[in-house]
Design a protein around this ligand. Structure first.
Ligand code: ASP
Ligand code: MG
Length: 241
């Protein structure tokens, strides 16, 4: 079985028009592969289900566990929505609940550490479905409570899933088509790096990728292909050499 793991950031799926690009990418990959689609919450504040919008609905009277439950809604909504759209395209898709993704963490609800990975459910579901939609960022502790992997943690989810399934590569799609030496939005001379080592990527502190995701990818030798959702460019490869 060939497997592709693709993660889409919130700005890539903030509305139907934009989401169509992600859906087209997944549909094409699904012709020859099983696909795991890891998804972030839709859009940015003040979009209705964006993580910061959900955060603004809470206050200091909520516990960290309640806050984690509140923030997790963004990815839950987003994953179920994408699952429906994939089925509409004729794909045999399934959206996993946070209990099924097999990422077990400690009780640090806002920035949990991974204690154990269990691929049992994922393997079963991969036999039954062609596309699995995984809510990024959201995990579970030993009590079965929702925890979160820290802001930007959907990238980390994608790499954890790759490790669990012995897949040496993840594709991370975002609204920029790779890593640049300067900010391409304000500097027209900015150059895109074709390749970076994990070490170089971490040293850039550019926040395009979640830091723990890069560290974990380095430790487990998982290549990260950073690509633009709306672009045909090759993007940036983050790997060992
Ligand atoms: N939605 C979460 C956040 O905004 C996780 C992610 O997007 O990676 O931090
Ligand atoms: Mg991100």
């Amino acid at each position: 079985m060939k497997l592709k793991i693709c993660k889409f950031g919130g700005t890539s799926i903030s509305n139907d028009e934009k989401s169509q690009f992600a859906l087209d990418i997944v549909k094409e990959k699904a012709l020859e592969n099983k696909v795991i689609l890891v998804i972030s919450a839709m859009g940015r504040y003040p979009d209705a289900y964006a993580t910061d919008t959900l955060a603004s609905l809470g206050n200091e009277y909520l516990s960290e566990q309640e806050m984690a439950r509140l923030l997790s809604m963004g990815e839950l909504v987003s994953s179920i929505r994408m699952c429906g759209k994939l089925r509409e395209l004729g794909l045999n898709a399934y959206a996993l609940s946070f209990r099924e993704n097999g990422i077990l963490t400690d009780d640090n609800y806002a920035n949990a550490s991974v204690l154990h990975l269990d691929n049992t459910e994922l393997l079963k579901l991969l036999e039954a479905y062609d596309v699995l939609v995984v809510c990024g960022f959201v995990a579970m502790n030993a009590m079965g409570e929702i925890t979160t992997l820290g802001r930007g943690g959907s990238d980390f989810t994608a790499v954890l899933i790759a490790h669990m399934l012995n897949c040496g590569e993840v594709e991370i799609y975002t609204d920029v088509d790779g890593i640049y030496d300067l900010d391409p939005k304000i500097n027209q001379h900015a150059k895109r790096y074709k390749e970076l080592t994990y070490h170089q990527m971490l040293a850039l502190h550019c926040r395009v990728l979640h830091e723990r995701c890069v560290e974990y990818a380095a430790k487990n030798k998982i290549r990260i292909l950073l690509k633009g959702t709306f672009s045909k460019e090759n993007g940036t490869i983050v790997s060992e050499d």
